[in-house]
Write a protein that binds this ligand. Structure first.
Ligand code: NAD
Length: 453
């Protein structure tokens, strides 16, 4: 079924390898640093997503020939991105755009800039988007993109060159009715502005080409906070049945970036107390509480998280073991794994990150009675408000923030209720329940279109 794109500038390869740059940087990367506490697990994001998909497909009795359709993406595009950096040398990065399934609407998914991006990670994240958009019931398919550049070490002008070059090379498979990118790790509203501008040079002003844009460029109010806010909406739905009251809840955040910091700020508005937080520079802890707004301000001003006053810097391995009610992973995939899951002291995990929990860790946590609100529903707030942004852009109309947040709340609550009632009916956990709901919707759409029979 995979479509072959013949245009040379797109440079599609069926099984693309890592670029020399990626290979050079990747050897010491995540997959080599096996399942030690505080590090990412040996198992890849693709293994994680396939495991959960297969489990649900088995439950649904989905025939093998249909499973194969969803095991592989519809289209994969790999491009070479050579850029001259401030060291005077040309560095060659690999960029990927992978469209997993478009039965329910245009492809939708973020673009990540990170040295550990590789084709399998992007495949995994693209398929997760297919199930996530279906669970939230927004009219999109699933896609993901990434460039394996060391974004955190690059200057703005270098990031701009990479963003423009990437957009220029993948624009043929994008479009407001085809595939609409959004921010992800190390990309933000500024990067979306460069994407929109570059696309506009070829196609005219097209704000609906990507979402997560700055407010000044037809971005949506509420988009920046949406993923974190959506996580909090999900927690609020779950809290009563778990005997938790947000005003008396303690929480820890792994990855105090966009998703993590917004989730923390909004939890704090409900009266919850943050007792630990981390980013790539390390974790901090304070049983007296860490002010999420002050920490966000400290980091925005260029401060290191580990130098934040009023909290103690702790060993990276120990963040997961900090006692709290709610643990919010909001960094990278595979960070809760066989090597650290049994140390966790929380009652609930709200997966802000994609694929943070390996299947082995998932089982350990289930045995410990930890309630997991899985990525495929918990972090859907971003794509839901991206949907609102796209709708506003197509109409050249703008909703105020209250309207956006209210509509987001309605969709997140509906998704939680649909999944949790299915999970109760079938006596399964939320993750399996969410995959059942998502897969059924995608299969129905694909069948009705005649894509599969
Ligand atoms: P971001 O770049 O804004 O933040 C990522 C954070 O993780 C940063 O603070 C970074 O320092 C930290 N981090 C990196 N490595 C770490 C480590 N080893 N230990 C602790 N912290 C570490 O990215 P984001 O957009 O907030 O995305 C975070 C996660 O949420 C990703 O898994 C992403 O796929 C997922 N997600 C994001 C969105 C969105 O709308 N941005 C939507 C859905 C899911």
């Amino acid at each position: 079924m995979a479509e072959t794109t013949t245009d040379e500038t797109v440079g599609e390869r069926e099984h693309p390898d890592k670029s020399p740059e990626a290979t050079e940087q990747g050897e010491d990367g995540v997959k080599a640093s096996t399942g030690k506490p505080g590090q990412r697990a040996e198992v890849s994001n693709l293994d994680i997503v396939r495991h959960y998909f297969d489990k649900a497909a088995e439950h649904l009795g989905l025939p093998d020939d249909l499973r194969v359709v969803f095991w592989t993406p519809y289209r994969e595009v790999t491009v070479q991105i050579p850029v001259k950096l401030s060291d005077g040398k040309t560095h060659v990065y690999s960029g990927y755009r992978i469209q997993h399934n478009g039965a329910r609407g245009p492809y939708k998914g973020g673009i990540r800039f990170h040295p550990e991006v590789d084709v399998d990670e992007v495949r995994a994240l693209a398929s997760l988007m297919t199930w996530k958009t279906a669970v939230a019931n927004v009219p999109f398919g699933g896609a993901k993109g990434g460039v394996n550049c060391p974004a955190a070490d690059l200057e703005q002008s270098e990031l701009q060159k990479i963003a423009r070059s990437f957009m220029n090379k993948i624009e043929k498979v994008l479009g407001p009715t085809r595939d609409i990118p959004a921010p992800d790790v190390n990309t933000n509203a500024q990067v979306m502005a460069w994407f929109m501008d570059e696309y506009g040079k070829l196609h005219g002003h097209t704000p609906a080409i990507c979402t997560g844009k700055p407010i000044a460029l037809e971005g949506s109010y509420g988009r920046e906070a949406a993923t974190g806010r959506g996580c909090v909406y999900m927690f609020r739905e779950a809290a009563p049945q778990l005997g938790l009251s947000p005003a008396d809840t303690t929480f820890a955040v792994q990855g105090f970036g966009n998703v993590g910091s917004w989730a923390a700020k909004i939890m704090q508005q409900l009266g919850s107390k943050m007792v630990a937080a981390s980013d790539a520079n390390g974790p901090i802890r304070s049983d007296a509480g860490i002010d999420a707004n002050a920490l966000a301000g400290h980091i925005a001003d260029g401060g290191l998280i580990t130098e934040f006053e009023g909290a103690d810097s702790i060993d990276p391995d120990d963040l997961v073991a900090v006692p709290c009610d709610v643990f919010i992973p909001a960094a990278l995939g595979g960070m809760i794994h066989e090597g650290n899951a049994d140390r966790m002291e929380c009652k609930v995990i709200v997966e802000g990150a994609n694929s943070p929990t390996t299947p082995a860790a998932d089982e350990i946590l289930r045995d410990k009675d930890v309630y997991i609100i899985p990525d495929v529903m918990a972090n859907a707030g971003g794509v839901v408000v991206s949907y609102f942004e796209w709708v506003q852009n197509l109409q050249h109309f703008r909703w105020d923030e209250r309207e956006v947040n209210d509509k987001l709340g309605t969709i997140m609550r509906r998704a939680y209720r649909e999944v949790s009632s299915r999970a109760k009916e079938e006596k399964i956990d939320l993750r399996e329940g969410a995959y059942l709901v998502g897969i059924e919707r995608v299969v129905e759409a694909a069948r009705t279109r005649g894509y599969i029979t």
